[in-house]
Design a binder for this molecule. Structure first.
Ligand code: GDP
Length: 528
């Protein structure tokens, strides 16, 4: 096997997704603990915008800082090099999460057993289903009085449109939670709420569930219940099918309690066995295989430097094929420039360090003085562009007003750079003299205003406007397109690539325009 293939086989890159508070941060922390990447829990910083007053600017800044540190966390476990990509659960950062999901090969979905499927769970899973991302489910907080496990599985199947297959089964729940039974390894793990830091949980091997050992360990009632439920599970569910999981149709399910470090080892051990290695990826020209000799990669996230005196940024690049090397020239496809990187970094959870080389499934941080936009592709010369980082329509639109005419240049530059980073989308009218900023949350406007002032010295205001949706428009009928753009000029604007969008403020509004212009196509996203 080639060295490249060996490195590819070692790597796994995944995202943890959840509705806020389900336990994503706690689970991440425990996974890192298993990997030995951190020595104690509490090291992964919580990234919680919802607990802060939106006007608390410093807090926003602090959170941005934290999310740089936790954007990518690498750790080693059982000969695998695993990268976790952080996905903000807060809905105002949903765009960020969707983009991050373009860089993973699988996800772990965390569900709170008390709350079941929640709003963000639904949204994130619809993106996963769209992209056929393999999903593993961790049902968390089993130490609390939650819903019945069978009901939870049914809820997941129905609401998230995915089949499930439990691979572990809880023994009781809440005050009666006694542990989990690993259905495949046939191992019983008994719950101990005290042993939070002990990662070598004791387990008892039970080859035969009918053995009297079960009564000895669990008592008569719980033993009987477990036997009945396991029988039911094995009767109802098909054996686990790896192909269905890999193609995104079947989610293996684990139960546990992240805070008590329970059920996590089972999850992680199964993850390293079944989660897909770095996969082939689509470009506008062809599919690129990870084991191709030549390096290719794309930028899925850009982070501004926290220090306003250093305007450089970090671009997060997923290596898709070949070997990346420090100080070698690569082609930046959009600008057609050659770039080399003197200090690319890797993101192991315990340290950020310089890398000499990187392989498919790695994420590297590239210091950038303003060359990169989200979605940019790097290659060794071949002209191709990675697909799959579309923009979705923002939900809130405001008009940007310049409050300091002396600083017009700074404002232009600042807003352009923030848009490149993906903080918001910008639509312009009248050759740029009107600027509409679109986001998915109010918080973003606070962030933009603050950063424009502090990083670019430009002060601005946001004026409310009534648009609620942007649709990218195309047509084969040039006449109809021109007619629409002329007769509804106040609703037409251009995105940062100068593509026309139609701005609407209600479903009724867009529906009637669609009827009037049947040959114009209204796209939901910027990629079609
Ligand atoms: P995130 O918003 O998804 O990152 O959630 P966190 O990991 O911050 O957890 C949210 C809250 O749930 C915190 O107070 C955790 O201590 C708590 N929590 C996490 N896991 C468990 C668990 O297994 N049992 C219980 N009872 N609480 C938990």
């Amino acid at each position: 096997m080639s060295n490249l293939q060996i490195e590819i086989n070692k790597r796994r890159i995944f995202g943890i997704i959840s509705h806020p508070d389900a336990g994503k941060t706690t689970l991440t922390e425990k996974l890192l603990l298993f990997g030995g990447a951190i020595q104690k829990a509490g090291t992964v910083k919580r990234n919680k915008a919802e607990k802060t007053a939106t006007s608390d600017f410093m807090e926003i800044e602090k959170q941005r800082g934290i999310s740089v540190a936790t954007s990518v966390m690498g750790f080693n476990y059982k000969d695998r090099k695993i990268n976790i990509l952080d996905t903000p659960g807060h809905k105002d950062f949903a765009e960020d999460t969707y983009r991050t999901l373009t860089a993973v090969d699988s996800v772990i979905l965390v569900i709170d057993c008390v709350k079941g499927v929640e709003e963000q769970t639904r949204k994130l899973m619809s993106v996963c289903r769209m992209r056929h991302i393999p999903v593993m489910v961790f049902i968390n907080k089993m130490d609390r009085e939650g819903k019945d496990p069978f009901d939870l599985l049914e809820e997941i199947e129905k609401e998230l449109n995915i089949s499930t297959r439990p691979l572990s089964w809880p023994i009781g729940i809440g005050s009666t939670f006694a542990g989990v039974y690993h259905l495949y390894k046939k191992q019983l793990k008994l719950f101990s709420a005290e042993n939070k830091m002990n990662i070598a949980d004791d387990f008892i091997e039970v080859e035969d569930l009918s053995s009297i050992e079960l009564e000895r360990q669990l008592g008569d009632k719980a033993a009987r219940k477990l036997r009945d439920e396991v029988e039911l599970v094995e009767g109802v569910y098909e054996p686990f099918d790896l192909t269905l999981y890999r193609s995104g149709y079947l989610a293996p399910v684990f139960f546990g309690s992240a805070i008590n470090n329970f059920g996590i080892e089972e999850l992680l051990d199964t993850f390293v066995e079944i989660a897909p290695e770095p996969q082939a990826r689509e470009t506008d020209k062809r599919t690129v295989q990870p084991n191709e000799e030549k390096f290719t990669g794309f930028v899925f996230k850009i982070h501004a430097n926290l220090d306003p005196n250093h305007r450089d940024r970090i671009a997060f690049c997923r290596v898709c094929s070949g070997k990346f090397e420090r100080n070698k020239f690569y082609q930046h496809i959009r600008s057609n420039k050659k770039l080399k990187f003197a200090s690319p970094t890797s993101f192991m959870a315990d340290a950020k360090s310089l890398v000499e080389e990187a392989w498919p499934g790695d994420v590297i941080g590239l210091y950038d003085a303003g060359n990169f936009k989200i979605g940019d592709t790097l290659t060794e010369g071949e002209t191709l562009k990675y697909l799959g980082i579309p923009s979705f329509s923002p939900e809130i639109f405001k008009e940007l007003e310049n409050m300091d005419p002396m600083k017009t240049k700074q404002l232009e530059k600042g807003i352009t750079q923030l848009v490149d980073e993906g903080v918001a989308q910008l639509f312009t009218q009248n050759l740029g003299s009107r600027k509409f900023v679109g986001t998915v949350g109010e918080l973003q406007f606070e962030v933009i205003k603050f950063r424009l002032l502090h990083e670019y010295g430009a002060s601005c205001n946001f004026r409310a406007i009534s648009f609620t949706k942007a649709s990218w428009i195309t047509s084969n009928d040039q006449n109809q397109m021109e007619k629409l753009m002329r007769s509804q000029a106040n609703r037409i604007a251009f995105d940062k690539e100068n593509r026309p969008v139609y701005l609407s403020n209600s479903k009724w509004d867009i529906d009637s325009t669609m009827r009037e212009y049947p040959d114009v196509v209204f796209h939901e996203t910027s990629e079609w």
